[in-house]
Design a protein around this ligand. Structure first.
Ligand SMILES: [Zn+2]
Length: 333
């Protein structure tokens, strides 16, 4: 449509429709503005909290720099953000965020962005690491549902002696829950956010589930499927426990529908990947949690919101740390 056609189209709308479009435009403009605001609270050079920052010229890369009023040192404006220490500009990172939340394969993103597959893979790992950090302090409270999700382990990209690779969609060699199954305890707040974290292989012990301790709000009402391993965690948090034996006992109040729905979403997304190396599973767990949170949002809304949230934190994740920092380690037998 030409500009004049758009103006005519707009002018012919009812007032109600005009108001709606105006509101959406204002929201979008505000979100865009906020998504650009970096919020550096601590000086990365001297750790001073909320010092005054002034303009400090440009770095060799051309990036604008800020100067700290305490230590007088300079650093680039995107310190601790995705573009920091990156040869890729913001538009490439934006595309990567959109592609990651649309489950576009790395190879396809690489072709679209005209950069190598390995670079895009590393960019994705950097993003996932940042997402994990972004939601690390999430606490679910009030009415919560808890259950575990099991995922068959994968050594994608690794050479391991005595381990035959599984075919895509392969099955475990042992029956039932063995250490081939990675356990992801899940806590979903009704009408709220969720916590998902790989803690162990096979059935979780009481100690494994205690790793969720910082994520569970005190005095919550907790629905579980009867696994006694949850008891210590929930009694420590003074939660009231309601046990659901099976689906037939579900009522409009007593059910595990929210956590079950989240597990179906994980199942669907996990299948979409041609395997995820288990050591990176918690980075993907962060992504799944956010995919659930942003259900129903369009990709531009997701992009703006994610950028805004990422600007509240800093994450110094270097390529050398990619394969050793923050991994899910478990024994293989
Ligand atoms: Zn400083």
């Amino acid at each position: 449509m030409k500009d004049t056609e758009i103006i005519n189209f707009y002018n012919n709308l009812d007032q109600y429709a005009k108001d709606k479009i105006d509101r959406q435009l204002i929201d979008l403009t505000n979100a865009k503005k906020e998504s650009r605001n970096y919020c550096i609270k601590v000086c990365p050079k001297c750790d001073a909290v909320n010092p005054r920052f002034t303009k400090g010229g440009n770095a060799n890369s051309g990036k604008p720099m800020l100067k700290c009023s305490c230590c007088h040192k300079r650093f680039t404006y995107d310190n601790g953000q995705l573009t920091h220490y990156s040869h890729q500009d913001e538009s490439k990172w934006d595309q990567l965020i959109v592609d990651t939340f649309s489950q576009v394969p790395v190879e396809k993103s690489a072709a679209n962005m005209n950069i190598s597959t390995y670079t895009v893979w590393r960019m994705r790992m950097k993003l996932l690491h940042m997402l994990e950090k972004m939601i690390a302090d999430t606490v679910v409270s009030g009415e919560i549902e808890l259950d575990e999700k099991y995922i068959l382990n994968s050594h994608k990209g690794e050479k391991k002696d005595n381990l035959k690779p599984r075919k895509r969609g392969g099955s475990a060699s042992k029956r039932g829950l063995s250490n081939e199954q990675i356990c992801l305890p899940t806590a979903v707040q009704r009408n709220g956010t969720a916590v998902l974290k790989a803690t162990n292989t096979a059935t979780p012990t009481s100690g494994d589930l205690m790793k969720l301790s910082n994520s569970i709000g005190e005095n919550s009402m907790a629905w579980i499927d009867g696994k006694t391993a949850y008891n210590n965690l929930l009694s420590e948090k003074h939660c009231e426990i309601r046990v659901m034996k099976d689906h037939t006992t579900y009522t409009s109040l007593d059910h595990l529908n929210n956590v079950n729905a989240f597990h179906r979403l994980i199942e669907k997304w996990y299948k979409g990947y041609n395997g995820v190396a288990s050591k990176y599973i918690n980075r993907y767990a962060a992504l799944f949690t956010l995919v659930r949170e942003y259900t129903g949002c369009d990709t531009q809304e997701i992009l703006l919101s994610i950028k805004k949230r990422m600007h509240q934190i800093t994450d110094f994740f270097r390529i050398v740390d990619m394969k050793k920092d923050d991994l899910f380690i478990y024994s293989i037998s």
